[in-house]
Design a protein around this ligand. Structure first.
Ligand code: ZN
Ligand code: ZN
Length: 243
């Protein structure tokens, strides 16, 4: 058994004793992230994944649509990422989730998504697949879990979404070195061939929606989208909690 999975309940137990549900935003006692703080966060409307032009749903307009001039540069058709990573409160939640394995972090992130979807009138076609961005097996073993899969699970639990969650379709087949400090081109090269599709027949003709915690340059999302398109996905959309 892994050490991290052995420690996990105890870490949570002691954290609860030491920090009895203090809001990560303001420190108020009671909740992991209070409603007041959730209200004061900046929520960014859907935008083109390449040039960031805002694309709100309207008459004959589709939310988050990649605009025509940008289509050559991206395999992603629609994009949405409601929160700013530069907000320290958002960073805290995502760090908490990633490094302390706190289920509350995934729950809060899923709540942000769910809230933002209704705020910007974002809906999904029923037959679409929700695919969390996978970690390399070795990374998942060390960390003990995949934060994107946790967010996806929590989202499905609280939202009653008709999406089909399939964490088993998109696999990370190659461990990539850290993207930190790499240029845009080097990041792209670093990600090349990192993903593989296990069940191409399930992907063919479908809309696949990628889910990740944070988008930085987008090299990971683009590579995953390219892999899915090559496997026959009709469209690939991407959603991240923050950017
Ligand atoms: Zn608060
Ligand atoms: Zn654009």
């Amino acid at each position: 058994m892994r050490l991290t999975s052995l420690l996990h309940p105890y870490i949570i137990y002691f954290l609860d004793l030491l920090f009895p549900h203090l809001c990560l935003g303001c420190g108020a006692e009671g909740e992991f992230f209070c409603a007041e703080c959730a209200r004061t966060l900046t929520y960014v409307p859907p935008s083109c994944v390449v040039c960031r032009t805002l694309t709100v749903e309207g008459k004959r307009k589709k939310w988050g649509r990649t605009c025509t001039p940008c289509r050559k540069k991206s395999a992603i058709s629609r994009f949405f990422s409601p929160l700013r990573y530069e907000d320290a409160r958002v960073r805290k939640i995502l760090h908490m989730l990633k490094y302390l394995r706190m289920r509350e972090g995934a729950f809060t992130a899923a709540q942000f998504l769910s809230f933002s979807f209704s705020r910007f009138k974002i809906s999904f076609p029923e037959e679409a697949l929700l695919l969390p961005i996978p970690l390399a097996k070795s990374r998942e073993r060390t960390r003990g879990f995949n934060q994107s899969a946790c967010i996806a699970e929590e989202f499905m639990r609280i939202s009653r979404s008709a999406l089909t969650l399939r964490p088993d379709i998109l696999l990370r087949v190659r461990a990539t070195r850290s993207q930190v400090g790499l240029s845009q081109d080097a990041r792209k090269a670093n990600m090349k061939g990192a993903f593989q599709i296990t069940k191409e027949d399930l992907v063919r003709g479908k809309i696949a929606i990628l889910l990740d915690d944070v988008k930085t340059t987008g090299a990971t999302l683009e590579e995953a989208a390219k892999t899915l398109r090559a496997a026959g996905a009709r469209e690939v959309w991407a959603i991240t909690v923050a950017h």
